[in-house]
Every structure is written in C-alpha cells, then in structure tokens.
Design a binder for this molecule. Structure first.
Ligand SMILES: [Zn+2]
Length: 370
C-alpha cells in the first residue's frame, strides 16, 4: 500500500534527474526510482545537497547524522495542516511553548534547558497573568514536568491541552502526564528534520495519526522493500514533493509504522498507526535485524525504581545503560535485555543523578550506533 500523487511524484523525479548529479546518476530513464536509505544519504550528502549550504542537520538517535537544506515553502505548507488539526481540537488556546530555542522566540516561549521547577512556576504565572492553559513541548520534558507536579502535589487542573512533538512516548509516560494534568487533552505529532510535519494525531481517535500526503508521498515497505498491506508494520519511505533544492525521493527515513483506517470519518488524510522508530528507537539484534525498542523500554519502565534511562548501543553486543535509579535495578535490566534479545549482551552501567539532553534539546531513550 502507498500514497503517491502520480503527477507530483513525476514532477519532482524529473526535476531531480535533470538538476541533481546524484539522482541523474541513480534514477534510470523511465524508472524504477530506487530507494534512498539514510546510509546512502549520508554517503552522498554533499552531492544531494547540490551546492546548497545546509541549514539544518539531523541528530540524536541514530549514528547516521545528515546535513539537510530545508526549503522555505515547507513552513508555509505545514502551518495550515497543523492549524486545521488544531481547529478540530476546538481552536487555538493561549499557550506556553517549551522547546529548543529558535532564531526568534515568541513571548510565550521558554527554552527547553530551563530547570524544571522554574518551568513549573512560569506555567503557573502564565495561567494567572494571561490564562495560558496549553503547553507544547517534547514528551521527555512533559514527563519531567509531570513528575515535579506530582512530587510537589501541585494543582494543574487548569491545563487544558498538552501537545508533544518530535519524540514518542510510551503508555507509562502518558499515564504520568495524565495524572499531573487531569483535565488536559494530550496530542502529538510526528515530524522529521528532513521533511517537516509527517502526521498529526487524530483529534477524535488518539491511536491514529493522519498523514500529510499533500506534501509527502508515503510508502511503507517490508524487509524486501515490497509494499506492506494495511495494518502491517514496515519502514516508512517518504518523497518530499516540494524540496527542489535538496530533493528527497523515496527516502527511507528509519522509522516504522503501519497504514490504517481511522474510524473518525472527519479527516480526509490517510491514517497511520504504530509509529515507531528512531524517535522511540530501534536497536540491532546480533543477527542483523532492527528490533523495536518498545518492548525493552516497557520492561525497563515497569521497574519501579527506575526514574530515567538511556540505552546506547555501540556494537552489536555492547551497550551502555545510563540510569537514574537505585543500583538494585541492574539485575532486572540485564534480565530484560536477555528476554528481549534471546541472549545477554555486554552492558556497562552508568549511574547518574540526571541524564543530559542531546545538544539539540531533545532526549532519546535509545541511541543505536550500529
Ligand atoms: Zn481520524
């Protein structure tokens, strides 16, 4: 199954073949258009940039950082899509954004590096002064806020919406956020540095996301690069119809999802479910296949003495586990790895009081370097 707009796809393919040396070499006359993996993009990064000065780069959960050129047109396209979803939620509310600093920060903005107790007091103050009843931040920050609010026994019943972008979160984290913000609607979106907004959580059916297929061609493929059926989890392959400076055509971004049918009946965009991947993370089994971090992550979250953790895979069988937890967690974590992988890799433990964020302000629970 795939969502490709034939004319838009043909237009960007023809443009890329005619103007970009990488695509001129790799896309044969009359197709088929090959898949561009993240590894290929990294290897041929400057050729694909085609003389454009990169204005952003990917980072975080995978070893394959790439430099990208983001076209101006994209923001103009993403905003109406986001606004239409916000309308479905009941319109815009006065909000605080707690994110990585941008070139120009709006007055309702707080940098992600603000200490949590200070974030809490700014949120309270903004509610009193300007009736700010919504937050947009990263899930990892929402979890820390929730923990602080619960620990301090504060009343955040005034918060109506908590929007979470860029990272994914698991059920335990969602439960904690709901406990701290009992009256808030939680929402999330899925985006990437390379392509911008990819999908937005359905405001009516939270298990589903609606994909932004006006701007992106979306395919989901299996290990053999064959199209997956509806409901079958596979790798996401994106074609950006609008980035003519640095075309990304049939780009396998390194995330997993399945196509789905959202029962809301109110939003025409096709639906995705089970979006997993570099955000929530994948690790590599010693037999070479990628495995979702989801199961191991759940097992670790279930250990009550673990407050925060990060898994880094350096080699197939060598990991570092950073933990904010009691040291008695070690045995249970080793057991969780053995259960998930079917063997016991080497795990070096680092015991910390806080796990630092990535320099871009995000937090990755798993980082895979192989
Ligand atoms: Zn829906």
């Amino acid at each position: 199954m795939r969502y490709i707009h034939p004319e838009k796809f043909a237009r960007i393919v023809s443009h890329a073949r005619n103007t970009n040396p990488y695509y001129a070499r790799t896309i044969p006359q009359n197709g088929p258009v090959p898949i561009l993996t993240r590894m290929l993009l990294k290897e041929h990064n400057f050729e694909i940039l085609n003389g454009n000065e990169p204005n952003s780069h990917t980072s975080g959960a995978t070893a394959t950082h790439v430099k990208v050129f983001i076209n101006e047109e994209r923001r103009g396209l993403d905003m109406p899509f986001i606004s239409s979803m916000v309308q479905h939620m009941g319109g815009v509310l006065p909000r605080m954004e707690i994110m990585y600093p941008r070139a120009e920060n709006p007055p309702f903005f707080l940098t992600i590096f603000t200490p949590i107790p200070e974030q809490v007091s700014v949120l309270q103050q903004n509610y009193l002064e300007r009736k700010s009843v919504a937050i947009i931040t990263y899930p990892s920050n929402a979890v820390l806020l929730a923990q602080e609010i619960i620990d301090q026994k504060l009343d955040f019943g005034f918060m109506q919406r908590v929007g979470m972008i860029s990272e994914s979160l698991n059920e335990q984290q969602t439960a904690l956020i709901k406990q701290a913000f009992p009256n808030a609607r939680l929402w999330s979106s899925y985006s990437s540095t390379e392509t911008g907004m990819i999908s937005f959580q359905c405001p009516y059916q939270p298990e589903f996301h609606h994909a932004f297929t006006d701007k992106l061609g979306i395919e989901i493929v299996d290990d053999q690069d064959n199209e997956c059926d509806i409901g079958q989890i596979g790798e996401i392959v994106l074609t950006d119809y609008t980035n003519r400076q640095m075309p990304l055509i049939r780009y396998k971004i390194g995330d997993l999802a399945a196509f789905a049918k959202c029962p809301c009946g109110k939003i025409p965009h096709p639906a995705l479910e089970n979006i997993l991947g570099k955000v929530r993370g994948c690790l590599r089994h010693r037999d070479g296949r990628l495995i979702h971090f989801l199961k191991l992550s759940r097992a670790i979250c279930d250990i009550p003495i673990v407050r925060q953790f990060q898994v880094i895979q350096h080699e197939l069988e060598r990991f570092t586990m950073k933990l904010v937890a009691d040291r008695s967690a070690e045995k249970m974590i080793v057991a969780a790895f053995t259960e998930d992988f079917g063997y016991t890799p080497r795990i070096d433990f680092e015991w910390l009081t806080e796990i630092p964020r990535d320099p871009n302000g995000k937090f990755y629970a798993s980082i895979c370097h192989v």
